[in-house]
Ligand binder design. Sequence first.
Ligand SMILES: [Zn+2]
Length: 235
Amino acid sequence: MDLEAHAEFIATTEHSPNGYSSHYSREALKNRQLTSSKVGETPEEEAANARVENLIRQLLIELGENPEREGLNLTPSRVRRSLAFLTDGYVKDPQEVLGTALFEEHYDEMVLVRDIEMYSMCEHHMLPFYGKCHIAYIPNGKIVGLSKLPRIVDLYSRRLQVQERLTTQIAEAINEVLHPIGVGVVTEAYHLCMMMRGVQKQNSMTLASCMLGDFKKDQKTRSEFLNLIQHVRGN
Ligand SMILES: [Zn+2]
């Protein structure tokens, strides 16, 4: 796949002017009581957990299953905890993840973290999509602890997502917290909703990218980034 052409295309499309990064987590924080613990910590959480488990039990019945049989009787609780975990990105704050590990540093070359594992769920089918995320930025006096970049990927992956928005949110969060000279994010993912059902294209990988600042304006910077990740992909 021609990454360069793809990035060119994306770079010319405007990203959301009001920003994606913190909007929903605050909204969701107000409503969400679901937890991944075995026992709810507050009466509200316990009630929310019980509601979700009942929904899963009901779903099993609607699928033609017997939720009381041995293999399934703990399934509603397992699914509830698993879903709570897989969507806990809603209640995490990107400022908290990135902002606590900023360091003053006068380094002005590209910082690249590639092949970050990424697991998310598509919002259309609630099926997983998974793959890799590559993040690069050019610092503007501040760098971030490298372990924080995979955590920001998790934060936006653990929601119901579309890959394009996930990619943009990661780039915008880094942009908002670090104010770098530029940031580039490329994601490559396999979508189980395409592979297991529908068109059943087993090997089609979807690419998305978001380029901000110098990565958007400067062809050379963008090419350097895309070459670096392509080099790895060829191995
Ligand atoms: Zn889907």
